[in-house]
Design a protein around this ligand. Structure first.
Ligand SMILES: Cc1ncc(COP(=O)(O)O)c(C=O)c1O
Length: 374
C-alpha cells in the first residue's frame, strides 16, 4: 500500500532536494564562503544558463513568480489606468501580480480541453465594454500545457494588445517545437519549491528577447538603479538570492531528464485511465509537448472522489477550487465564465513527480478503480 512504498514517503519538494543533496550542499557552501549573497556571480551565471536552456536572449532573476508578473508589466509601463486580461481559471498569484503593477485584472474564459486561455473568449472580452483600456494579456500555460499561441496572437494583433506568458508551471514545455517562455514579449517564471524547476525558497525570473526591456527590468528589481544609489525610475526590491541561484543551477542540470520522467509517468496514467468511467484523462493538443507540472483529470463526482482518495492516503489535490472572477479580491463577479467554473468543480491533480515509481502510479490507478466499483 501507499505508506509502504518509499516513493510515497517523500513529496516532490523534499524528494527533489534529496536527489541532489550532495551537489546542493556543495553549492550552498560555495555561496556561504563567497561573502556575496544577493545578485552576485551565481545569479548572473543562472541567468545565462537558463537563457541558454530556453533559447531566450535575456533572463532577469527576481524574488518570486508573482514579482516577475508585476515587474514585466511595470517594465512595459502597463500600470494604473490600464487593464490586463488574465484567464479566470488560474492561481490567484497571476491576478495578484497584475494588481501589484497598478493595472486592473479582467478575466476571460479557458478552453475545456487544455485549461488555457480561450482565443474566442479573449476576442469577445476585447470587443465588450470590459475590454476598454486593455493593454496586455497574461497567457498562463496551466499545468504545463502550452496555450493556443497562434490563436491568441491573431486576436492580440487584431486588437493591438501585448501577449505576455506565465510559464510558472511550464518550464520545458514546447509549442510547435518552440520552447514556451520564448513566445511572448516578456515571460514570467516561478521557481517556488513545487515547480518543475524548484528553488529551496522563493525565486522567479523574467525572460525576454528585448535587451532594452531586460535593462529596465534589472533597474526596477533594485530601486530603479542602473548606477548604485541613483534611482532613475520607480523601482522595488525584488532581487534573487545567491543561495537560490546556486540551487537552481544544480537543479537546471536535471530539468530535461525530470520532464522526460514526468512524461513517462503521465503516459502510464493515460494508458490506465483512458477507458475510465470515473475520470477523463488530460488531452494534449497536436503540436504541443506538455511539461506535466500537474497531471489533472476531470471527474463529475469530484468531491466524492477526492474524499475517497484521501481515505486511501493518496496525496491528490484540487488546483483550483475557485475561479478568479469569483474571488472577493478581484471583483467577485457574478458574470458566467462557464468553462472556468466547470473546471473548478471537476479537476483533480493526481500525484506526479519525477521521483515517483511506476508502482506508485499503479497504486493511484487501483485506488481510482476501487472508487469506480464503490
Ligand atoms: C501559474 C502561476 N503563476 C504565478 C505563480 C506565482 O509564483 P510565486 O509563488 O513564485 O510568486 C505561480 C505559483 O504559485 C503559478 O503557478
Amino acid at each position: 500500500m501507499l505508506s509502504a512504498s518509499p516513493s510515497w514517503s517523500l513529496l516532490y519538494p523534499q524528494a527533489d532536494q534529496r536527489a541532489h543533496s550532495a551537489e546542493l550542499a556543495d553549492a550552498m557552501q560555495r555561496v556561504c564562503d563567497s561573502g556575496s549573497y544577493i545578485l552576485g556571480v551565481e545569479v548572473a551565471a543562472f541567468e545565462r544558463e537558463y537563457a541558454a536552456f530556453l533559447g531566450a536572449a535575456e533572463v532577469v532573476g527576481v524574488a518570486s513568480g508573482t514579482d516577475a508578473i508585476e515587474l514585466m508589466l511595470r517594465a512595459l509601463e502597463i500600470g494604473a489606468g490600464s487593464r490586463v486580461v488574465v484567464p479566470a481559471f488560474a492561481p490567484s498569484a497571476v491576478a495578484a501580480g497584475v494588481t501589484r503593477s497598478g493595472a486592473e485584472p479582467v478575466f476571460a474564459d479557458i478552453e475545456r480541453d487544455t485549461f488555457t486561455l480561450c482565443p474566442a473568449s479573449l476576442d469577445a472580452l476585447l470587443r465588450s465594454p470590459r475590454g476598454y483600456g486593455v493593454k496586455a494579456a497574461v497567457v498562463v500555460h496551466l499545468y504545463g500545457h502550452p496555450a493556443d499561441w497562434a490563436g491568441l496572437q491573431r486576436v492580440a494583433d487584431e486588437h493591438g494588445i501585448v501577449l505576455l506568458e506565465d510559464c510558472a508551471q511550464a518550464h520545458g514545455a514546447r509549442w510547435h517545437g518552440r520552447m514556451v517562455g520564448t513566445l511572448g514579449r516578456a515571460v514570467a517564471f516561478s521557481f517556488y519549491p513545487t515547480k518543475n524547476l524548484a528553488a529551496l525558497g522563493d525565486a522567479g525570473a523574467v525572460a525576454t528577447n528585448d535587451a532594452v526591456l531586460a535593462e529596465r527590468l534589472r533597474m526596477i528589481r533594485q530601486y530603479g538603479w542602473r548606477q548604485r544609489h541613483v534611482s532613475e525610475c520607480a523601482g522595488v526590491n525584488s532581487r534573487m538570492d545567491e543561495l537560490q541561484a546556486a540551487v537552481l543551477r544544480v537543479k537546471l542540470g536535471a530539468l530535461r531528464a525530470n520532464i522526460e520522467q514526468r512524461r513517462k509517468l503521465a503516459a502510464q496514467y493515460d494508458a490506465r485511465l483512458g477507458g475510465s468511467r470515473v475520470v477523463t484523462a488530460p488531452r494534449v493538443r497536436k503540436g504541443c509537448e506538455h511539461a506535466y507540472h500537474q497531471y489533472v483529470v476531470r471527474a463529475e463526482r469530484r468531491d466524492a472522489l477526492m474524499k475517497h482518495l484521501q481515505q486511501e492516503q493518496i496525496p491528490a489535490a484540487v488546483h483550483y477550487p475557485l475561479p478568479l472572477h469569483r474571488q472577493p479580491a478581484f471583483g467577485g463577479s457574478q458574470d458566467s465564465l462557464l468553462e472556468s467554473e466547470r473546471a473548478a468543480e471537476m479537476v483533480i491533480s493526481l500525484p506526479l513527480h519525477p521521483y515517483m515509481s511506476e508502482d506508485a502510479v499503479e497504486t493511484v490507478c487501483e485506488a481510482m478503480e476501487r472508487f469506480g466499483h464503490a
